[in-house]
Design a protein around this ligand. Structure first.
Ligand SMILES: C[S@@+](CC[C@H](N)C(=O)[O-])C[C@H]1O[C@@H](n2cnc3c(N)ncnc32)[C@H](O)[C@@H]1O
Length: 267
């Protein structure tokens, strides 16, 4: 009972309103707000004070379910100005770093902020995400996305072309790179990283991966590995169980590497 008392939907909480697979709405619970769907309007006053898991009704009598949004839901529902990092890729790459609460990490580019929000959640409450993009309008959109989900507090944004200007920080725990030309960033990332720590990079094309790995090898990075994560959803239905025919078939190749210090001369 105590657990359910802690599980009540409060004013301004984020809630995933789920009618069916095609109708899922990430909303802030605000009294009096109405969400219109082709199955009727949802009045959010009815869900405030109810527990997550509550079943509400549209004004046409259709059930909807009040779900706790997952981190992947938050990523996929950002307002997009760019392509974003996908949950399947980020899940793998985060485990390839040592990032956790209290870490200081650099991200390039901010884009729509999908990666930024996950990093901000992971390093909180005492860590910091330093997020760079050369487009001020993209940073502004990403800031709004982060404020919407409540993860803006431990993010510092910088508008700069990092290929020319580099990063301002040193001694960071990881550098995440999602730009078309990662090879230009590799020397800047080397300067910013702590020894032994991780650089990770996303690239949609093999040619980009090859140039990035050449740059990593030239810059004293080791343990360089590239993987592709292939995801297949399985439809489990009475008429037969099989993979879904359509979906996103390719996102990016994922590269990880670790910084080695320059060898000291022995006396
Ligand atoms: C694919 S988007 C990043 C998407 C982001 N990871 C997300 O999940 O929302 C790439 C971003 O990198 C920025 N960018 C590309 N090259 C850059 C550079 N040299 N310096 C700063 N930003 C750069 C672009 O403006 C763009 O916003």
């Amino acid at each position: 009972m105590d657990n359910e008392a802690n599980n009540l939907i409060k004013e301004k909480d984020l809630v995933m309103l789920y009618l069916d697979e095609r109708r899922q709405f990430l909303v802030q619970a605000i009294s009096g707000l109405r969400v219109s769907t082709d199955h009727g309007d949802l009045n959010l006053s009815q869900i405030i004070g109810q527990p997550f898991g509550f079943i509400g009704k549209t004004h046409l009598g259709r059930d909807f379910f009040c779900l706790k949004p997952s981190t992947a839901d938050l990523m996929m529902k950002v307002k997009r100005t760019t392509t974003i990092v996908y949950p399947k890729d980020l899940g793998y790459l985060l485990l390839e770093t040592s990032v956790g609460p209290g870490s200081r990490v650099i991200e390039l580019g901010t884009g729509s902020g999908a990666l930024t929000m996950v990093l901000a959640k992971l390093v909180s409450p005492t860590g910091t995400v330093y997020s760079y993009d050369r487009r001020d309008d993209f940073i502004e959109n990403a800031k709004r996305n982060l404020i919407h989900v409540g993860y803006a507090n431990n993010v510092e944004f910088t508008c700069a072309d990092v290929a020319r200007e580099g990063f301002s920080q040193t001694g960071v725990d990881a550098v995440f790179i999602d730009v078309p030309e990662p090879w230009d960033i590799v020397p800047k990332a080397y300067e910013a990283l702590k020894g032994g720590h991780h650089l990770v990079s996303w690239s949609p094309n093999v040619e980009q991966v090859k140039r990035t790995i050449d740059a990593l090898e030239a810059q004293n990075f080791k343990c360089i590995r590239t993987k592709e994560i292939i995801e297949r959803e399985i439809l489990v239905r009475l008429q037969g169980v099989r993979p879904r025919e359509r979906g996103i078939t390719h996102t990016a190749y994922l590269t990880r590497a670790q910084k080695i210090l320059v060898a000291q001369q022995q006396e």
